[in-house]
Ligand binder design. Structure first.
Ligand code: GLN
Length: 392
């Protein structure tokens, strides 16, 4: 067998996506990979049906259909508090996943360093490796998931070209405050580096927290590559529509990376999604109200069962502490991954093992998500309650 890429050998498949496959195999309730089990807005699916007949069905402009970029620019201008040029400051990608990969490949040469918070969304590790970069991990310390700004300065001093900021943060639900973002941003400017943000959960920030875009801070647009997507905001994770926003020179290079990676995102879906980008502000208020209710409902359910968990300020993820179960003789020496696999089979609920998000040796957390109908959450909670009987 000829040798394969050593680089690819250094990371595993995505544990998040693997848990979905195992969950499907056993017919469990899938609270692992984050995606909703309810429909996208009807206006959006109605428009998609029309587009099936009217087209387009051929390639759009590689960096995004003109009307889709125009609608994105208008929406982004509101959150960034500045005009965004759809020609020179946006690249449309195949989901937030490609946006992040594209941002890393645009910024990094082999051997470059990139700072990543830990816990982190697992893609960033593989993104860094595939773009040749070496991650420097900055701990987010529970329970507040706070960080030591001096470690970030050390990273920049050591030559890190960028820091990845997932805000709101998957998996820990942290929402970075304006002051935290200002402190990170000031260092990026001082050391002439980039902040690469992942803001796919930007519309799921629970009161009293507020979402602040890094690129909206004074002086930060030129140092920020904003990655986001339509997946979570419009419940269309399968449409794979994402984007990068940044200053012209960055975007000029990102367009090249994107073009050679994927040519472009699906043109009929871009056409249909213009409808969503034009939704009034009330849509986002309603979305937040729905997720706030789901969060409160699910966390209250976990409390009733007596499962210890964090309280996410944003996103639709919650980390549940499984220490008390791992301390039982039947789980002695088990990894969180083994526990999650057991949970799918025996409890009928799929979670993601926390270890796939942490650089540190963390084996006592599992990640669940609550982007599910109330009925599904009820059933999941009823099943999770069975865990407690193990302790009796
Ligand atoms: N962000 C989602 C999660 O963490 C999944 C995204 C994906 O699988 N592409 O579960």
């Amino acid at each position: 067998m000829p040798k394969l890429s050593a680089r690819v050998g250094t990371f595993t498949d995505s544990v998040i996506r693997r848990m979905t496959r195992i969950s499907d195999e056993y017919g469990a309730i899938n609270l692992s990979q984050g995606f909703p089990d309810f429909d996208p807005p009807k206006a959006l699916t109605d428009r998609l049906a029309e587009v099936a007949h009217t087209g387009p069905h051929q390639y759009s402009v590689t960096f995004g259909a003109e009307n889709f970029r125009a609608a994105l620019a208008e929406k982004a201008a509101k959150s960034l508090g500045r005009a965004v040029d759809p020609e020179t400051q946006i690249v449309v990608t195949c989901g937030g996943t490609e946006a992040m990969m594209c941002a890393m490949m645009t910024v990094c040469d082999p051997g470059d360093k990139v700072m990543v918070f830990s816990p982190f969304y697992e893609n960033y590790g593989a993104d860094a490796i595939l773009s040749g970069a070496r991650p420097i991990y900055i701990p987010l310390v529970p329970p507040e998931y706070s960080f030591d700004i001096r470690l970030i300065e050390d990273g920049f001093r050591a030559g890190a070209k960028a820091i990845v900021v997932c805000n709101p943060s998957n998996p820990c639900g942290k929402v970075f405050t304006r002051a935290e973002l200002e402190a990170i941003g000031a260092l990026a400017v001082q050391y002439d580096a980039f902040v690469i943000t992942d803001e796919v959960y930007e519309h799921m920030v629970y009161a009293p927290c507020r979402h602040v875009c890094m690129a909206s801070l004074p002086g930060m647009f030129g140092h920020t590559i904003t990655c986001s997507s339509l997946s979570k905001t419009y419940s269309v994770t399968g449409w794979r529509l994402g984007y990068l926003i940044g200053p012209e020179t960055v975007i000029e290079n990102a367009k090249k990376v994107h073009d050679f990676l994927t040519v472009g995102a699906a043109s009929p879906l871009q056409e249909a999604a213009v409808t969503a980008l034009e939704f009034p502000d009330a849509y986002y208020d309603d979305l937040l109200a729905v997720y706030t209710e789901k969060r409160d409902y699910f966390l209250a359910g976990l409390d009733r069962i007596g499962l210890a968990h964090n309280v996410p300020q944003g996103t639709y993820f919650v980390l549940v502490d499984i220490s008390e179960f791992l301390a039982l003789p039947q789980f002695s020496g088990w990894t969180d991954l083994a526990f999650c696999e057991w949970m799918i089979r025996e409890i009928g609920v799929a979670a993601v093992p926390g270890s796939s998000f942490f650089r540190e040796d963390v084996n006592h957390l599992i990640r669940l998500h609550f982007a599910r109908t109330k009925e599904t959450l009820d059933e999941a909670l009823a099943r999770l309650a069975k865990l407690k009987s193990l302790l009796a």
